[in-house]
Write a protein of this length. Sequence first.
Length: 320
Amino acid sequence: MIMLTVLVTGGSGLVGKAIERKVQGGRFLEMGIQFVFLSSKEADLRNITETRQIFEQYNPTYVIHLAARVGGLYKNLVSKVEMLSENLSINQNVLQCCHEFGVTRCVNVSSTCAFPNEIANYPLKEEDMHSGPPHPSNEGYAYAKRVSEVLMRAYNEQYGHRYVTVIPTNVYGPHDNFDIEDAHVVPGLIHKCYKAKLQGTNLTICGSGKPLRQFIFSDDLAELLLWTLLQYTGSDSLILAPDRVDEVMISDLACLIAQSMKFDEDRLIFDASQSDGQLRKTASNERLRKNLPGFTFTPLKLGIDATVKWFLENYESCRR
Ligand code: NDP
């Protein structure tokens, strides 16, 4: 049987590991599809020579492009140069090699963080991506994501490819980065809660707890990325987010984490003197729902319980 190869860049991270879990068990091998998961150790994708070498080695038919320099608020603020220039290089090299090596389908992963900071009418839709500047705190990362979508569209228009950009909302799950300085909100709160419980202290959370956010469990995102690669035939960008009813306040998220960690909820302190960041960035999954109406998202409580369980079991070895 002829094997088709799916090259997953950024295959060692939060989302890559979730895809790896999904494809274990042979259902894709039976379809003649094999997966290769790359980390930066195999190739530094900032470098075009190393990127070409890895494409030559695997000659992929499909690519899921996850590799990126990713970080929370602090990293975005203090490393704007790297967040912009390294992500630009990675995206440009990967898309160029997809084109040069005749990749027939590339799923390019952007982020709802790249959306404008404010728009007149929520929810955000795919076509709002370029309608205003991103939040100043993460403009390096955001503009690199925006440019990757523009470049990908240019490849499609000029060379007739059918590559597609997806725009996931906040992702969480096993294998996340739990480093408090660097982490996104879910892994950051889980680790802070772990420490507060160990030390018998209150858990102070920056801001009022009132901002609204949408979260997608990494296993759900993995399933949606595989569907986008193999079943969605369009090239129009897709927001990958749960339904709007699943949007939660940060305070509710903190309570769920506290419950899961068996931490006294009365010890959660919201420090409203600190910045709340964006109050909302509600994104619409209407286009996804039109194409895939029956998809069931993992309820936040179940996803948080699974993530906390993984964190506790892998505390010694996880990124923290
Ligand atoms: P992680 O930080 O968990 O993983 C990043 C991956 O990129 C790792 O495999 C890392 O390899 C690889 N990588 C980083 N720099 C390079 C490089 N120079 N060359 C080759 N590989 C590199 O990220 P996530 O899994 O969270 O994110 C995956 C994608 O999803 C990213 O594009 C991100 O922007 C996007 N996204 C993430 C969201 C989130 O909340 N996490 C939300 C929306 C979108 P190594 O392990 O060797 O360092």
